[in-house]
Write a protein that binds this ligand. Structure first.
Ligand code: PLP
Length: 383
C-alpha cells in the first residue's frame, strides 16, 4: 500500500482535542478545556429551523447562501459596524472554519508564508499546514494585554509573506484590540501588501471596550472578515459561519466551497436567519452570565495569588503556571489525573503561552468555581 500524504501527516494534533479525549474517559471530570457555550441554542431558533425544514428547506441552496440570509447579515453588519457589503461580497459557510480554509485557499499558494498570532487558536496552524503554507508566528505581548508586537511583526515579514491572521476578541488571550491597534495593523498590512484574514467569531462577547472590525478600515479590499453564529447564539453544532470580502475573493471562495461542502446546510442557514433577525435578548443574557463568571474566576485566582490575565472578550482566561516548574502539557495531564479538571495546555497555542494554561469560562458557574478552586489547590501544592 502506498503511504498516506506526506504533507498532511505533519499536521500537529490540537492539545485541546487531546485533553478532551483523555477527560472523556473520566466520568466526573470538570471540563474547562472546551471552547463552546454551555447553553443550548435558544428555542425560537430551533423552532424556526424545524418550520423551515417542514416548508422544504432541506435541499441544496445557492453556493454563497440564501439571499435572504445574506441580506440579514448585511443589515446586521451595517447596524453593528457601519459595513455595507453587497450581497456578492458575502459568502455563507459551514462554520467559520470553512470560511478560514476557503479564504486561505483563495489567496495563498503552497510555500507562501502567512503570519499568525502567538498565541493563537491551534486550527490556524493546522489550516496552513493542510494547504502547505508556512505559518510564521508574531508575538502578542502578554505584559501589554496581548497586544501585537509591531517590532516582531516587521521582523517576520519576508517577500514571501502573503497574509496575516488577526483575531479579536482573541482566543486564547481574551484580548480585544482597540481602534488604534486595528488601524496600525491595517497600515502594516498595506505597507507590506498583505491580505488580512480577520477572525471575528467572538465579536459579540466583549466585557471591556468594543469590537473594532478591520473591515471598517479596509480601503483597498484586502480584508476578509469572518463571523459565525456559533458562539454568539450557542449554535456550534449547526456549522454556520459567514465571511465578508471583495467580490473577487467571494467568487473564488464560492468556487472552493463547491469542493469542500457544496453549500452551508439549508436548515442551519434558516436557523441563522432567525437568530440574526430575531430578538437579541439571549445574547445580552449570555454576555451578562459570562461577565459574572469572568469576574468570579479572576477574583478566585487573584485571591489565591495565581496570576491570571483578565479577559476583555471571548470566554477564555489564560493563567500563569511558571512557578510550578511544570510544562503546560505536564501540568494539564497531572491536573486531570489528580484533580479531575481538564484545561487546555498553553503550548498548543504557541510559544508565548508555553507557561500558561487556558481555562474556559463557558462552563456552568458552580462547576467553574469548583474547577478553579482545584486548580488553585494544585498550584499551591507545587510552589
Ligand atoms: N475561530 C476561533 C478563534 C475559535 O475559537 C473557533 C472555535 O473555537 C472558531 C473560529 C470556529 O468556529 P466555528 O464553530 O464557527 O467553526
Amino acid at each position: 500500500m502506498k503511504p498516506l500524504s506526506h504533507a498532511r501527516g505533519k499536521i500537529p494534533q490540537s492539545g485541546i482535542r487531546k485533553l478532551q479525549e483523555l477527560s472523556s474517559q473520566i466520568p466526573d471530570a470538570i471540563h474547562l478545556e472546551v471552547g463552546e457555550p454551555n447553553a443550548n441554542t435558544p428555542m425560537p431558533i430551533i423552532d424556526a429551523a424545524y418550520r423551515a425544514m417542514q416548508e422544504g428547506h432541506t435541499k441544496y441552496t445557492s453556493v454563497p447562501g440564501y439571499p435572504s440570509l445574506r441580506q440579514a447579515i448585511r443589515n446586521d453588519l451595517e447596524a453593528l459596524y457601519g459595513l455595507k457589503p453587497g450581497l456578492d461580497e458575502i459568502v455563507v459557510t459551514s462554520g467559520s472554519v470553512t470560511a478560514l480554509t476557503a479564504s486561505l485557499l483563495a489567496i495563498a499558494d503552497a510555500g507562501d508564508e502567512v503570519l499568525i498570532p502567538d498565541p493563537a487558536w491551534p486550527v490556524y496552524e493546522m489550516i496552513l499546514m493542510v494547504q502547505q503554507c508556512v505559518p510564521v508566528r508574531y508575538a502578542l505581548k502578554a505584559e501589554e494585554g496581548f497586544a501585537p508586537d509591531f517590532e516582531d511583526l516587521e521582523a517576520k515579514v519576508t517577500d514571501r509573506t502573503k497574509a496575516i491572521f488577526i483575531n479579536t476578541p482573541g482566543n486564547p488571550t481574551g484580548a480585544v484590540f482597540d481602534e488604534e491597534t486595528v488601524k496600525r495593523l491595517m497600515e502594516f498590512a498595506r505597507k507590506h501588501d498583505l491580505y488580512v484574514i480577520s477572525d471575528e467569531v467572538y465579536e459579540a462577547i466583549i466585557y471591556e471596550g468594543r469590537h473594532v472590525s478591520p473591515k471598517s478600515y479596509d480601503t483597498d479590499d484586502r480584508v476578509i472578515s469572518i463571523f459565525a453564529v456559533s458562539k454568539k447564539y450557542a449554535m456550534t453544532g449547526w456549522r454556520l459561519g459567514y465571511m465578508v470580502a471583495s467580490k473577487a475573493i467571494c467568487a473564488s471562495v464560492s468556487q472552493i466551497m463547491i469542493t469542500l461542502v457544496g453549500n452551508a446546510p439549508s436548515m442551519s442557514q434558516k436557523a441563522a436567519e432567525a437568530a440574526i433577525t430575531g430578538p437579541q435578548q439571549f445574547v445580552d443574557e449570555m454576555l451578562l452570565s459570562y461577565r459574572e463568571r469572568r469576574d468570579m474566576t479572576y477574583e478566585l485566582f487573584m485571591n489565591n495569588q495565581v496570576k491570571a490575565y483578565k479577559t476583555e472578550g471571548a470566554f477564555y482566561m489564560l493563567i500563569d503556571i511558571a512557578d510550578t516548574g511544570l510544562t503546560s502539557d505536564d501540568f494539564a495531564l497531572a491536573l486531570l489525573q489528580e484533580e479531575k479538571v481538564a484545561v487546555a495546555p498553553g503550548s498548543t497555542f504557541g510559544n508565548v503561552s508555553h507557561e500558561m494554561i487556558r481555562v474556559s469560562l463557558a462552563t456552568e458557574k458552580e462547576a467553574l468555581r469548583e474547577g478553579v478552586n482545584r486548580i488553585c489547590r494544585f498550584i499551591a501544592q507545587r510552589r
